[in-house]
Design a protein around this ligand. Structure first.
Ligand code: FES
Ligand code: FES
Length: 160
């Protein structure tokens, strides 16, 4: 094993620390060292988007970064979306509108949708499709996902 580096970051509002080799990917650090396995790893090549997290407030592929590069960063993963045991409106909408089948892409879809609604609270359908285009789903045909994002956007706007 190579030299280990200390990595300290804030993830889902909690400060965490771990030690990892400089070559370790951020997604592997999140899953293996921090035990947050909600972030999925599919292609490890930046293609599928399953590993999407919010890094310092913006969507990022955690398979295209080294864990050491995230030292000092603030990260949001799918585990951080629900608050006090209540699902985030996006999670509720995915459930209600059949936005998932196998669920493998879902963590990435939710974080990509979260990022989209952060910058555009009233997206049109083409804007939703463009906003989610960086995450690939093998199951759903995207209809349910798009409906879910539309419903969540409406709910979030109503909540102010
Ligand atoms: S695992 Fe990161 S884009 Fe596929
Ligand atoms: S729900 Fe299976 S890959 Fe999207």
């Amino acid at each position: 094993m190579g030299e280990l580096r200390t990595i300290k970051l804030t993830i889902n509002g909690v400060t965490r620390e771990g030690r990892a080799e400089p070559r370790k990917l951020l997604v592997d650090f999140i899953r293996e060292d921090l035990g947050l396995t909600g972030t999925h790893v599919g292609c490890e090549h930046g293609i599928c988007g399953a590993c999407t997290v919010l890094l310092n407030g913006e969507a990022a592929r955690s398979c295209l970064m080294l864990a050491v590069q995230a030292h000092g960063a603030e990260i949001l993963t799918v585990e951080g979306l629900a608050t006090n045991g209540k699902l985030h409106p996006l999670q509720e909408a995915f459930w209600e509108h059949h936005g998932l089948q196998c669920g493998f892409c879902t963590p990435g879809m939710l974080l990509a949708a979260y990022d989209l609604l952060r910058v555009n609270p009233s997206p049109t359908e083409p804007e939703i499709r463009a906003g989610l285009s960086a995450v690939l789903c093998r199951c759903t045909g995207y209809q349910g996902i798009v409906r879910a994002v539309q419903a969540a956007a409406k709910r979030l706007r109503a909540a102010g």
